[in-house]
Design a protein. Structure first.
Ligand code: GLA
Length: 715
């Protein structure tokens, strides 16, 4: 049994294939976190709740144990998961154990009920086990069973606790626009380190993912790593707190900054999911578990088998910018189709009076000047060429210079007495208002109903300011941070239901909305507006810590023309696309593109659905002094096929290229290795040899790159 109670005690053990998570009720009725780590052989191995005194007038028995879901109240000062204000002004809570429910099945679930009887507040903590991936999903529901409204001031999804001690290290993904998902590491000391977005969207500054390793330090392949990610696409926070008593707690969820939620009697508030996992296989295993979990349990399945491989797309943005029209795109579409492109996406510029970023946003009708007969003639042309058609929208935003804003200046977030700050000349529509949400849903629904569209790129190119909702019901003004996200989710969910053939891509000026919440309803994400193939190696590496390559769109743009094979290989490590002015490409460049796209179609099932191994980091780990290279390998789930990308970033003094040791192959099977250099003969070696001795990548000059294929053979 994956979830069981120990004897008749109120202690529960949650076991996945390799890990265990234990929680239990102490003598005072408090719910304690007891253990998260390796699965242990005996029930008596697992700790039981205790309450002891610590010799200090400033602590309490409660403050020195780990509370499973700490609510603010009593002698406890760590980050609370819950802080409420009752109608009588009381602002603390006393939660005690109430009930538990266990359900087995494909995804075993435990629900623990806590209550504050004084005020009729009931908290249900949910735990869902993804045993095969050693992952637990946690979220909380708060129900107001009392007679008066409660104001929620802080409600996090979960707090994860770690074996008491010090010397831990935090890994996280940070950056900014154009430099997203850079891997950062920090040794933890007493204090709090907060990862967060207060921007209304997930943000490119920090991604809602974390990993913790112990004093002994994990590597790519070995060592204890605990990790987690939030399933939320608005303002969020993850607090990493090392206390004075050696506790380490990572709590996270919706950001409480400027947030309150009014919970009327009978209402329930549900937090987003906080996913957590533990492995002893280092950062590599942590990533592969996350990837497997996403492929099987997170990504939307509405398109039939749910494992449909992502199509090779062409996007107009880096080719023609806002200058889209049937004429300007017809030749590009022909060229793209001749290269093997499967999906032709018209980016910004097709609607309203949109000629640059100052006008038109919000008017989701084809520009009468650029598309006098609507989109149909272009769509038909694209379909005749054998491609699907996709389109860009930015539904949450509006330019003041638009018919929508002129008609409804009150439809944006605003404080009536304050200026409306513009970002990229635009304002944020108040989707917390039902009328605005319905209007946007119907615009998009009509667009997809009237046209043969197979793909939507959903963008969001500014963060929130002046988040006022002047018409809000009393006491609900500060709910906008959450209501907006729920409205986006609702629109996407309804569109997917009404148009199951349409795939969606999430974009926010690049990788500003990449998280498990949006990935439950979009098929891929745009990780960065930076398409430099070298910079992308770092962005892709960080991205791969948390998210699977299948969802990672990567385009070859004109910035790759001085190293086109390198550019293709860099982009083939995810879901391949092109966005470049193909009209200016030489016949040789077009031929190379044709070859690479054909090659990608042969390997994409391995890249998109295989297991990823970061062999050599572009940041240097694993390279020789004098040589900087990056290598990443993908192995098909049956271990019969693999593909290896190696990139030479720089080389001095003719330093020999270090060998690259492969991973994930069956040691006793024979594999044929091809593509290690333009003139290489295929070699046949055992999986063991490929991992112990590796191969010497045939690279010599910077920006050389290789796509090496490894296939199991009988001989
Ligand atoms: C954002 C996106 C780009 C492109 C432009 C269009 O910056 O990240 O890919 O769609 O908007 O304005």
């Amino acid at each position: 049994m994956a979830i069981r109670r120990l004897g008749d005690e109120n202690t529960w053990v949650l076991e996945t294939e390799l890990t265990a998570y234990v929680l239990g009720v102490d003598k005072q009725g408090g719910l304690q976190h007891l253990y998260w780590g390796d699965r242990l052989p005996l029930d008596r191995d697992y700790p039981r709740p205790t309450l002891a005194l610590f010799d200090s007038p400033f602590e309490s028995p409660r403050s020195i144990v780990y509370e499973e879901y700490p609510a603010w109240g009593g002698i406890k000062f760590t980050e609370p998961c819950l802080k409420v204000c009752h109608a009588d002004g009381v602002r603390t809570s006393a939660l005690v154990y109430d009930f538990s429910e266990m359900s087995e099945g494909a995804i075993p679930e435990l629900v623990i009920g806590l209550k504050d009887s004084q005020y009729g507040l009931v908290i249900r903590l949910h735990y869902k086990l993804y045993e095969e991936f050693d992952i637990i999903e946690r979220y909380a529901e708060v129900a107001n069973d009392g007679a008066r409204a409660v104001i929620i001031e802080q409600i996090l999804s979960a707090a994860w606790a770690f074996p008491k001690g010090t010397g831990y290290r935090l890994t996280y993904l940070a950056g900014r626009w154009g430099a997203e998902t850079q891997v950062r590491r920090l040794s933890l000391e007493q204090g709090k380190f907060v990862l967060e977005s207060r921007r209304g969207l997930t943000s490119p500054q920090v991604n809602p993912w974390f990993a913790i390793d112990g004093r002994e330090r994990a590597t790519e392949e070995t060592g204890r790593v605990w990790y987690g990610a939030l399933s939320w696409s608005g303002s969020w926070k993850i607090v990493v707190e090392q206390t004075s008593l050696g506790q380490l707690i990572v709590s996270g969820g919706i950001n409480d900054f400027d947030f309150t939620w009014l919970l009327e009697p009978g209402e329930v508030f549900k937090t987003p999911v906080f996913v957590g996992g533990y492995t002893t296989g280092g950062f590599g295993a942590a990533s592969r578990n996350m990837h497997g979990y996403q492929l099987k349990h997170v990504l939307p399945k509405a398109q039939g088998d749910g494992s449909r491989l992502r199509k090779v797309l062409f996007n107009s943005w880096e080719a023609v910018g806002f200058n889209v029209s049937t004429d300007s795109l017809a030749t590009l579409a022909e060229k793209a189709a001749s290269l093997g492109v499967e999906l032709f996406v018209v980016d910004d510029g097709w609607f309203g009076s949109r000629n640059d970023d100052t006008a038109g946003l919000g008017d989701w009708r084809p520009s009468p000047r650029k598309f006098p007969n609507g989109l149909k003639p272009l769509i038909e042309r694209v379909r005749d060429l054998g491609m699907e058609f996709g389109i860009w929208v930015e539904p949450e935003m509006v330019n003041p210079d638009s018919d929508l804003y002129r008609g409804h200046p009150d439809w944006v977030y605003n404080f009536p007495t304050m200026p409306r700050s513009q970002g990229r000349n635009q304002l944020v529509l108040n989707l917390s208002r039902n009328d605005v949400k319905e209007y946007i849903f119907h615009c998009l629904d009509r667009l997809l109903s009237d046209n043969d569209i197979a793909f939507v790129k959903w963008d969001a190119n500014r963060h929130f300011s002046e988040p006022g909702w002047p018409e809000s019901p009393e006491g609900r003004e500060r709910e906008v941070w959450v209501r907006h996200v729920l409205a986006v989710y609702d629109i996407l969910d309804r569109l997917r239901q009404a148009h199951p053939q349409v795939a969606f891509e999430s974009c926010s000026g690049g990788g500003g909305r990449v998280d498990l919440g949006i990935l439950r309803r979009t098929d891929q994400v745009w990780p960065s507006d930076n398409t430099d193939p070298l910079d992308r190696l770092w962005i892709h590496e960080g991205f791969s810590y948390a998210y699977c390559p299948k969802v990672m769109s990567a385009w070859v743009t004109d910035s790759s023309r001085d190293c086109l094979a390198f550019g293709f290989h860099s982009a083939m490590a995810g879901s391949l696309g092109i966005s470049a002015n193909l009209n200016q490409w030489s016949p040789e460049e077009l031929e190379l593109a044709r070859q690479k796209i054909a090659e990608y179609k042969e390997i994409r099932h391995i890249v998109q659905e295989g297991r990823l191994y970061r062999l050599t980091s572009p940041s240097g780990t694993g390279s020789n002094a004098g040589v900087s290279l990056s290598a990443v390998q993908y192995v098909s789930p049956d271990q019969d096929e693999s593909v290896l990308f190696v990139f030479l970033l720089s080389r001095q003094f003719r330093t020999p290229i270090p060998r690259t040791m492969l991973r994930g192959l069956r040691p006793d099977c024979v594999y044929e290795v091809t593509g290690n250099g333009p003139h290489a003969e295929p070699v046949r070696l055992s999986g063991k040899a490929l991992s112990s001795l590796g191969i010497e990548p045939a690279l010599s000059a910077s920006r050389d790159s290789l796509l090496v294929r490894i296939r199991r053979t009988d001989r």
